[in-house]
Ligand binder design. Sequence first.
Ligand code: PBG
Length: 331
Amino acid sequence: MNFIDQKFPSLRFRRTRKNEKIRNLVSETSVSANDFIWPVFICDGNNIEQDVPSMPGVKRRSIDLLVSAASEAFDLGIPAICLFPYTEQSLKTEDCAEAWNPDNLSNKATRAIKNEIPELVVMSDVALDPYNINGHDGFVENGKIVNDKTIEALVKQALSQAEAGVDVIGPSDMMDGRIGAIRSALEKNGHSEVSIMSYAAKYSSSFYGPFRDAVGASGTLTGDKKTYQMDIANSNEALRLVARDLKEGADMVMIKPGMPYLDICRRVKDTFGAPTFAYQVSGEYSMLSAAFEKGWLDRNKIIIESLMAFKRSGCDGILTYFAPEAAKLLK
Ligand code: PBG
């Protein structure tokens, strides 16, 4: 960049800030509903809407109400939704078989949404934690989370989601080699149009706490996820993971959490230029919501500012629980 031979008063930055029109003209970044993927929680039953106490304003919805909410989101211009099931304790097992049940909550919701709103992009979550008796994303054997055997299960789970009609598979499990295995299984089974958004740089973060409440995993998780999720201290490793996942067939990559990891978003975008997403995770949502409730931060302004930060850092899109509200604000 050619930085400045000019100096004051020929150089006055305030000239391009003097009114809204000229500010709009020179603005470098924009955020719109087109950038949003809305993560939603599904529960069993009919006509049910439950609050998630640690995420004020976020609900678990039964499929019928989820379809209506999805339809409203679609009408607001939101292109995509990401499904997370709340799994009853009785369906959690050591073999995690519910994960690839064609009629599990996530697959039923996919069919219902695709039936009513075929154009809405549906993204699913691939990981065993909602179905695992011990809350981990992979199988646990002798106290260890086993990689390769987990991949076989993740492939079955991904195929059941593709059969149900998802557009985007989102492996959030952080096992090594799962992107390649899922991609080749999709190709072999006639799902070459189903894309993969890899949770490529997913950190072992404490910002996921409220999400684990939302999906009913908080009580079940034993230990932590540090042997498969990334060390919060690392940055170069994120680039190596993204490179690996792109090579294995990821169409899009994600950085997670979001706001505390914007440095990673920027490095990933600059290095690869691939479709790059960030997940503004549950803890970020809850932290902001708590400050809104206290009256300490301006809700509407902060929502937009927090989302703009992702676009400025190079992200093409954002998974955010604020999606419908932000879409309304941006209308
Ligand atoms: C688990 C999964 C998690 C999130 C998405 N998928 C939590 C975890 O890894 O423990 C977190 C999302 C959020 O915090 O909003 N596969």
